[in-house]
Write a protein that binds this ligand. Structure first.
Ligand code: ADP
Ligand code: MG
Length: 728
């Protein structure tokens, strides 16, 4: 029987492309059909109930009991009408994926028959057993129970699967004692802090603004690989990345994949998951090939952050589910293949008022420009002040492979503004802010005008972790598999806090007698000076930048366990308490959970590596070596001289060297693992894994990849990079 590798290749070559038929060629015909959105609520609810829930969505205040009763019954009617039989609270525990616990609408009655029921109470709150979700020690001291509580700002939706339909209700997840155990709860707190702080600052310019919403557009990168090839590699199936594999002769060097024609099989898959996503109201808009072979990207139109993140979490689930129908496995890992680009999830962020103004979009009038500069410079100042938290917010074992590696933004947080705005800030910094309006129409209170239309795409800097792109900031360092809530909670919290500080400083100057505009300009000017060091327009991937950043005093923490320290610093605790985003207990619990996940993932990788070396790689090497030995013996037997089998002898020797190297190193790695495993403290344990266990990965891989290049191709058991990346 041929090996799994060749069976897999044959399977891929004989694939047929499943037919994909969207319900209509017009997306507007089916967009959002599976969402209980405002329009449907209006149809299913009384006028008063609709008004009441609309208010509560806007204000975040809780609903009256009778109203929730009405909403529940309307939701049930709508969902059953569409064929749903079950409902579930849908939440985002700190495992990184989404969680569901399905309950049936069905309820038996006393007379032995049954009805379908869904009460307001069941809608608003549930008590799933929280004991198996990570809680960072919070649950040990109290009860195992946790609560899920309805988030009315994200609409309920129906998930369809081949065997049934389920009504999903987005919720937050908190412990029995009220601490957040999920990603959504702190995000909502950060957004509300930001809303409040932004409104206060907006009122300097426009009293009519009543709400500021943070918006987010998430670009999602991913790899596709055929399931048969995927299943033939336990490293991919157990860890999401290849632990071994020699780079194929052709990789991404020709850059012929980027924006190239989408392969037909992939196109069918994209169309399929896009259709499912659109039915769920996820406004997917773009799709294209990415730089690496078999790497792709999709992006929706931006939405309010909370919704954008729910949609991204849902999208990742959908992509995975739909992939099965196409015999694809979608790899969301940040670095599935060494030697070619990894995947990110660019977070495009801006602030938009209820009057429809994007606060990060420069305006035409001086007043608008000052408003723009206020929010723009405060964001820069916030990221400067809390760069360490921004770094912590994107840390994970997977993203460590990307940050600081050659094709992703480095572990140094810097901000790219583009030459125009950079010049504007430089001019403001050096200009004399005056009380008199200058004669020169290009100057206003002594400061230059901001061009209302920025040269956007022309001077994009793809090497910056945090770049201004015309009317939004783009946090590019977020990992492809991440829940964007982590970085977005931090970004919105630090900007909220910064805006509060800004207002205090401006008000102080106004009190002292300064005119409002001048007071604002004075503080902006000071912030520009203070935060100058974080601005960088050059190549973020270069070695020079690493040196310069060190001179500027910017931190460059390359690994997760140390990057996470920022979460529990005194400074961070103060920030989180002040803004109400995390209590000390919550952030410490979260810190612990992240560390636990870090070392556990490394532990799994190390085990898989050992297993594969011992049970796949070494046997393959020995078996090939034995063939060579037989060959040499035969040649000798029939009288050949040693110089005729010199090459064979050399390969035999080399193979022995490689085998010995990987065997010894795997054994040593196992010893280091044992030592690390007995460490109690999760930070120490993570560091031990990171420094003492992980250091074996690259050398072992190097020698395994050498063996791969020597062994007879037809005897090599694992699908090779050229197959994983180029056959589909
Ligand atoms: P690219 O960065 O590849 O040029 P786009 O400019 O189309 O792509 O934007 C990428 C993402 O940014 C999309 O999801 C888009 O909707 C989103 N986006 C565009 N404008 C804003 C904005 N003002 N606020 C937040 N996201 C935005
Ligand atoms: Mg982009």
């Amino acid at each position: 029987m041929s090996s799994l590798r060749f069976q897999a290749i044959n399977a891929v070559l004989s694939r047929t492309i499943p037919e994909v038929k969207p319900p209509s060629s017009k997306i507007s015909d089916f967009y959002g059909v599976n969402v209980f959105d405002k329009k449907k609520m209006k149809d299913f609810l009384s006028k008063e109930a609709f008004q009441s829930i609309s208010n509560s969505i806007e204000s975040g205040e809780s609903l009256h009991r009778e109203v929730s009763e009405q909403v529940a019954s309307a939701m049930k009617a709508w969902a059953m009408n569409k064929g749903a039989t079950h409902y579930t609270h849908w939440f985002q525990p700190l495992t990184g994926s989404t969680a569901e616990k399905h309950d049936s609408f069905f309820e038996p009655t006393l007379d032995g028959s049954a009805i379908e029921r869904f009460s307001g109470d069941a809608l608003v709150q549930q008590e799933p057993d929280a004991s198996s979700f990570p809680s960072g020690g919070i649950r040990n001291t109290f009860e195992a129970r946790g609560y899920t509580a309805w988030d009315p700002s994200s609409p309920a939706f129906i998930i369809e699967s081949a065997s049934g339909k389920t009504l999903c209700i987005p919720t937050v997840f908190v412990s029995y004692t009220g601490e957040a155990l999920d990603y959504k709860a702190p995000l909502l707190k950060a957004l509300s802090a930001l809303d409040k702080a932004s409104i206060d600052v907006c009122h300097y310019f426009d009293r009519s603004i009543e709400k500021v919403t943070a918006s987010l557009g998430i670009e999602q990168e991913y790899f596709l690989v055929d399931t048969a090839l995927f299943n033939a590699r336990q490293d991919l199936s157990m860890t999401g990345r290849t632990l071994f594999g020699h780079m194929s002769a052709k990789g991404q060097q020709l850059e012929d994949h980027y924006f190239g024609t989408i392969p037909e099989r992939v196109y069918a898959y994209m169309l399929d998951f896009e259709t499912e996503a659109l039915k769920l109201g996820i406004p997917l808009k773009t799709r294209h090939n990415e730089v690496a072979p078999s790497q792709f990207e999709c992006a929706p139109i931006y939405e309010e952050i909370n919704l954008a993140i729910d949609h991204n979490q849902l999208l990742m689930d959908l992509m995975d589910k739909v992939a099965k129908r196409h015999h694809f496995k979608v790899l969301l890992h940040e670095k599935p293949y060494a030697g070619i680009n990894g995947s990110g999830k660019h977070n495009n962020w801006s602030l938009i008022t209820n009057t429809g103004k994007n606060l990060l979009s420069p305006g035409k009038t001086p007043k608008n420009n000052l408003m723009f500069l206020t929010f723009f410079v405060n964001t820069v100042r916030a990221v400067y002040e809390h760069a360490d938290l921004m770094r912590a917010s994107i840390s994970s074992v997977n993203n460590d492979h990307r940050l600081g590696a050659n094709e992703a933004p480095p572990a140094i947080i810097s901000i790219f503004l583009g030459s125009q705005l950079n010049d504007v800030l430089d001019e403001i910094e050096t200009s004399r802010v005056t009380k008199k309006v200058k004669e020169d129409p290009n100057l206003w209170h002594g400061i230059p005008k901001v061009p209302s239309i920025l040269l956007d795409n022309t001077d994009r800097n793809r090497t910056s972790p945090f770049a201004f792109t015309g009317n939004k900031f783009e946090f590019r360092a977020v990992g492809s598999s991440a829940n964007s809530s982590a970085p977005m909670t931090i970004l919105n919290t630090i900007v909220a806090d910064q805006l509060v500080k800004f207002k205090t400083e401006v008000d102080k100057l106004i009190k002292k007698g300064d005119k409002k505009d001048l007071a604002i300009l004075t503080v902006i000017k000071k912030y520009i000076k203070e935060s100058k060091n974080i601005r960088f327009e050059g190549n973020g991937y270069s070695d020079e930048w690493e040196k310069e950043a060190a001179n500027r005093g910017l931190s460059n923490i390359k690994t997760t366990p140390k990057a996470l320290d920022a979460y529990i610093s005194e400074k961070a605790s103060e920030l989180f308490e002040k803004t109400g985003v995390f209590s000390k207990r919550e952030i410490h619990a979260r810190h612990d959970i992240l560390l636990e996940s870090f070392y556990k993932k490394l532990q799994i990788e190390a085990r898989v590596m050992g297993d594969m070396v011992n049970s796949i790689i070494i046997p393959a090497a020995i078996s090939y070596q034995s063939k060579l030995v037989e060959n040499v013996k035969g040649l000798k037997d029939i009288g050949f001289k040693p110089e005729t089998y010199k090459a064979q002898m050399e390969i035999i020797t080399k193979l022995s060297e490689h085998i010995n190297f990987i065997k010894t190193n795997v054994d040593e790695m196992v010893e280091e693992r044992k030592k690390a495993n007995v460490i109690e403290d999760s930070r120490e344990k993570s560091i031990a894994y990171d420094e003492n266990v992980k250091k074996y990965f690259d050398p072992i891989r190097y020698h395994v990849d050498k063996i791969e290049q020597m062994v007879d191709d037809s005897d090599w058991p694992l699908p090779k990079f050229r197959e994983l990346l180029f056959i589909m």
